[in-house]
Design a protein around this ligand. Structure first.
Ligand SMILES: Nc1nc2c(c(=O)[nH]1)N[C@H]1C(S)=C(S)[C@@H](COP(=O)(O)O)O[C@H]1N2
Ligand SMILES: [Mo]
Length: 200
């Protein structure tokens, strides 16, 4: 049976919140380990296709990229949602344009300084759907929230938004990241309530 993507109950065509989420005004910190000590001036991002490096940006070359903004709601699988969060950074579209490539495969792994990894479909990060955020609410991103730079993929559960991002790796096949190896869903669409691998 087909139903509108954003419907969570009959008669509510476009609710603001995905199913079973609760709004919080706070900004909880959710990390698998302690916040890594990173020096923003020495931060760098590497783009790879498998093991092959495609491009590397140091903080200076990354700062020279076109800047984008996103205002969006974020949804953690632990059931908190935060509305109207305001971010600035570099859209994934602009990052690939700067690398001079189209996505060579359909899948990505995001790698982080704390050893965290998460997988994404390329179509979930292009066409204005994702950025590498360096600023939140007009301020440089706080270390606990992933500063100096994190992924932001707000239409998926927030575990997909890898903090302390250091690498993006195109993979031929869909691989599994830290939470995806621990029974969480491979895609994590909050509107479809894709919390756990068994949810579809
Ligand atoms: N590198 C890294 N990124 C991460 C995590 C992590 O432990 N390490 N936790 C994920 C989870 S489960 C969530 S809900 C969000 C939390 O982001 P926040 O701490 O800014 O709220 O970051 C995601 N990104
Ligand atoms: Mo989470």
């Amino acid at each position: 049976m087909s139903e509108p993507d954003h419907a969570d109950s009959p008669g509510t065509a476009f609710p603001r919140l995905p199913p079973r989420q609760v709004v919080t005004a706070k900004f909880p910190v959710m990390s698998k380990d302690a916040t890594p000590a990173l020096n923003a001036a020495h931060w760098a991002l590497v783009l790879k296709h498998g093991v092959r490096p495609l491009k590397r940006w140091d903080s200076a070359s990354f700062d020279a990229l076109p800047r984008g903004r996103m205002v969006c709601d974020i949804h953690c699988v632990t059931r908190w949602s935060k509305l109207d969060t305001a971010w600035e950074g570099v859209m994934l579209d602009d990052l690939l344009a700067d690398a001079g490539i189209a996505a060579p495969t359909g899948f990505l792994l995001a790698h982080s300084a704390d050893g965290y990894v998460t997988n994404l479909a390329v179509e979930d990060v292009l066409d204005g759907r994702a950025m590498i955020a360096t600023h939140y609410d007009g301020q440089p991103l706080a270390p606990a929230h992933g500063g100096p730079a994190r992924l932001l993929v707000p239409h998926l559960y927030f575990w997909k938004s890898a903090k302390w991002l250091t690498g993006l790796q195109f993979t031929v096949r869909e691989e599994a990241g830290f939470w995806e190896l621990r029974c969480y869903h491979r895609r994590g669409d909050p509107w479809k309530e894709q919390r756990f691998a068994a949810d579809d």
